[in-house]
Every structure is written in C-alpha cells, then in structure tokens.
Design a protein around this ligand. Structure first.
Ligand SMILES: [Zn+2]
Length: 499
C-alpha cells in the first residue's frame, strides 16, 4: 500500500546523494509544494512520476558566477543542471532595476545579483548614471579614469553610496571586480569590506592583479583580500582562483588553504577551462609590459570562431574596447598546463563556478548581447563553452573519464559548498544545495554515463546533454532530457529590501 498519494512529484528508485549528510542510497523522493517532503524506501505515489532507476538523484547545482542575464544564458545553465545562477563577481546596479528586468524574462532557474562596485566607480568617474546591463560595463572600457585613478574622499563616498543603495535594495553581497580597476585604493577595498560587514553579506572578488610572477601579481592581490577578510570578519570569495593565478596556482592555493586553516573566512571558486573570457581592453591587457606579465601574445585571443592577429587585436582595443573575447592562457592539451588547471579544480576547498558569459551575436557589423528566445541558440552566437558546459565537464571529464574526483565530491563542490558560502548572508540559500526533507525541491536526475559536453571554443553554445530531469521548486525545467520552453518563472534569490 502506498503511504501517500499526496505528492506533486515522486522520483522513484534513484540513487539519492546528499552532500551534507553524506547519504548515498536507493530511495524514493516525494515533492510537495516546492519542497522535498519525504525520502523513503516505501512506495509513494504522486501526480507526476519520474522513474530514476539506475540514475543519480542530486541537489541542483548552484553557480556563484554567472554574467549572462538573458533567457538563453539561463537555459544553457539549466541543461547542465544549474538550478540557481547568481551574478556576484561583477554584480549590477541598480539592484531594483535588475530584479524588475529579470522578473519580466520568464527565467527558468533561480537568479540574483550582488551590488556592483565597478558600476559605482564608473558612475562616479565618468558621470554616466548606473544602468543594470552588461553593456554599461562594456561601454566604459574605452575610458581609463575609473580603472586607474584613486578616488578622492568625495568620490569614495559617492562610490560607497552607490553600492550601499544596492545593498538596501536586497543585493546578495558586493561584487568587487578589482582586476578591472587595479588603480583603486587599498582604503577603498577595505571600505567595501566594512560595508559588507554592516549588511552582513560577503564580497566576491576578481582580484586586483592577475599574473603569476611578482610583483603586482595575483599572490599579492590574494594577500590583500585575506587581510581585509581578517580585519573585518566578512566572508570574501575569491573568484576563479585558476585564471587569476595563471601559472602560480600551487602557491596561491597554499596561501588560500593556510588562511582558511587559521580561521579567516575566505572561499574560492574555479572553472575547468584553459581560456578566460572578458572585454578586450580590460586593464590586465593594457600597459607597457602586459604581454610579458601575462606570458601571452595577441594570437592567444579569439573572437567568435577565429583566433585574432596582432593587427585585429590592436584594432579592437582601439575602436571597440568593450568587445568580449576569449583568451587562451593555458593549453590543456599540454600535460604540465592541464595539471595546473587540475590543481585548482581538485583542491578540496574550491567551489566549481562557471563564469558564464552573456551570449553575443554579430549583427550589421557590430556585436551585441543576444536577447532572443530562440532555442536551440542560433549557430552564429559568440560565447565561451564554460557558459553551458562547466558543470557537465566536471561530471564527464573529472568524475567519469579521468576518474580524478569521486561523484559525491563533485556534487558537493557544485551544490552544498556554494550554498554554504552564501547562507549566512542570504537565508534562502539554507534550503538549497541539499537533498533532505524540508529542503527546496531543486533536484537533478541523471545517468553519469549519459552526461555529454557538446560546447567547444568554436561552437560554444551547444547545450550539454545527459540531465534527464531538472526540477526547480519541484517544477520540471528539463524533462526526459528535453529543455521545456514555457516553464513558470523561478523565484528570485534576494535579501530583504530595507529602502
Ligand atoms: Zn573575473
């Protein structure tokens, strides 16, 4: 006899993995009103039945690092099992405008954002009122004052006010894209950490310097972050420790580990790709010694499907400085360089994050953000394969093919650890990243053998395969391996609005 027929969804006979309790066993899962109501060996029945025989049942993945804010970018995330995707490293402003815009887009997975320090800095130095779009940041890349200059006391006050307004509007933390404004002051960074403390939120930093060798290197920048975390008690998240560290990853990981061992509240994310993606005239690609510093050349840059020549690179920097490029900083085909990437991914204290980019499309000679609703995405879009294949790449390469990471560890790094990073600051996250009774029913059902990365550097927006079901608050977003196109909008992740 079934114990209940009350459930909205039942997931039967799957291998249930919970990264918090380390539970790993065959169970039936019942979902009611968006929550996990029961996990049992007994028979249960519901309105909808998912047969998970031979499959993994895990909490949905949580991405702390997502820049694309249109529906196509969120759909790519859903196909790789991400049920919550947050824009934290850059953040946006104004926060009210961001949540209002997202609410109108019918986004299938949970979304949210931090308050963007760079936006406050751009507004202060250039006089352009903040606007909650990727284009606002890209459009400021031709100007150098906000990147290079120290703020005077009045400017610092204005920058902090912009960020604080975002926090009052429910931002999830402060995005500190310091590598894009490396000339900003140490007092300014410390002041941001103090502001985060006042609102009991964390910071998410792309560190000030991004190269492997001293001086002004990533190691020094991580020391600055750790000092601010120690001085304020705020959790300061290091974004993409892999790409920021370049080839110095062993030293930076040791520094990070040591800081944590000594009780300092820091966390770090990493993505499994040997290429970064950003604006072509980012601060790290300027100055007289940038190529030697970054151990790179113009030919390591890619736009769309093609590598650039030096002349094309120079032309873009001069005339379209906000253009999004892909920059190959490691060659994963070389074992020694792959080992550097592996070190960041396999470290027990790193969280997997994608750094998913907005989707771009070339139209009438210029490149703009793709805002369309076409699915599958058009073949000519510009992106980085990390946007839709980071989490599946971990499952496919690190767990199944190369057997470098146990499945349970991978799930923990992609669900529980990001939830724990956020939950002191963002109460909604306490119910995510776990597969337990009472938790939100953000649930994945997949067969590890079927997980497939399709995106490549030349065809970056081909969706991942292998998630047979992705549920967001109990509602299917992927069903029998097919992305559903008219799902109810997912809930925003947002702190209380105090103004
Ligand atoms: Zn970054």
């Amino acid at each position: 006899m079934p114990v209940s027929t009350e459930f909205d969804v039942v997931i039967l006979n799957g291998r249930v993995i919970d990264p918090e309790t380390n539970f790993d066993g065959i169970r039936n899962v019942g979902v009611k009103d968006g929550s996990i109501s029961i996990i049992t060996e007994k028979d249960i029945q519901g309105t909808k039945t998912i047969d998970a025989t031979g499959k993994i049942v895990s909490p949905g993945f949580i991405d702390l690092h997502m820049h694309g804010q249109n529906i196509g970018a969120y759909r790519l995330q859903a196909t790789q099992g991400v049920t919550t995707a947050l824009e934290l490293e850059s953040g946006v402003l104004p926060i009210n405008d961001f949540y209002e815009a997202q609410a109108s887009k019918n986004i299938p997975i949970h979304y949210g954002a931090a308050a963007a320090w760079t936006f406050g800095r751009i507004a202060t130095f250039t006089g352009k009122e903040v606007e909650a779009t990727a284009e606002y940041f890209q459009g400021a890349q031709g100007e150098s004052n906000w990147k290079e200059e120290l703020a005077n006391p009045e400017q610092l006050e204005k920058i902090l006010n912009e960020v604080e307004t975002g926090l009052k509007q429910g931002a999830l933390g402060i995005g500190v894209n310091a590598g894009y404004a490396p000339g900003s002051g140490h007092l300014e960074y410390y002041s941001l950490a103090k502001l985060a403390k006042k609102y009991n939120v964390g910071t998410f930093t792309h560190v000030r310097f991004m190269k492997g060798v001293e001086r002004d290197n990533a190691f020094e920048a991580f020391q600055e972050l750790i000092a601010n975390a120690a001085a304020t008690g705020v959790n300061m998240h290091i974004c993409h420790i892999n790409s920021s560290s370049q080839k110095d990853i062993h030293n930076t990981l040791e520094l990070y580990e040591s800081a944590k061992a000594n009780g300092i509240s820091v966390t770090a994310g990493a993505y499994p790709w040997g290429a970064a993606s950003t604006v072509v005239k980012a601060a790290m690609f300027t100055g007289p010694t940038w190529k030697a510093d970054m151990e790179t050349t113009e030919e390591a840059f890619q736009l769309g499907k093609k590598r650039l020549t030096k002349a094309e690179f120079d032309d873009l920097q001069a005339n379209q400085p906000g253009t999004i490029i892909v920059w190959h900083f490691l060659d994963a085909a070389k074992p020694a360089e792959l080992a550097l990437m592996d070190a960041s991914i396999l470290h027990p204290e790193t969280i997997i994050e994608s750094d998913a980019m907005p989707i771009y499309q070339s139209k009438d000679g210029s490149i703009g953000v793709y805002t369309g609703v076409e699915w599958p995405l058009p073949a000519d879009v510009i992106n980085h394969p990390r946007s839709g294949a980071t989490f599946t790449k971990i499952l496919q390469d690190y767990v199944r093919e190369r057997k470098l990471m146990p499945l349970q560890t991978a799930i923990k790094k992609m669900s529980l650890m990001p939830a724990q990073t956020m939950e002191d600051a963002v109460p909604q996250m306490k119910k995510k990243g776990r597969l337990q009774v009472g938790m939100d029913a953000d649930i994945l059902v997949f067969d590890l053998k079927e997980i497939k990365v399709n995106a490549t550097y030349v065809d970056p927006c081909r969706a991942s395969e292998g998630m047979s079901h992705v549920l967001v608050m109990g509602s299917p977003v992927v069903e029998n391996g097919v992305l559903l196109l008219d799902t109810p909008p997912a809930l925003p992740i947002r702190n209380a609005v105090t103004e």
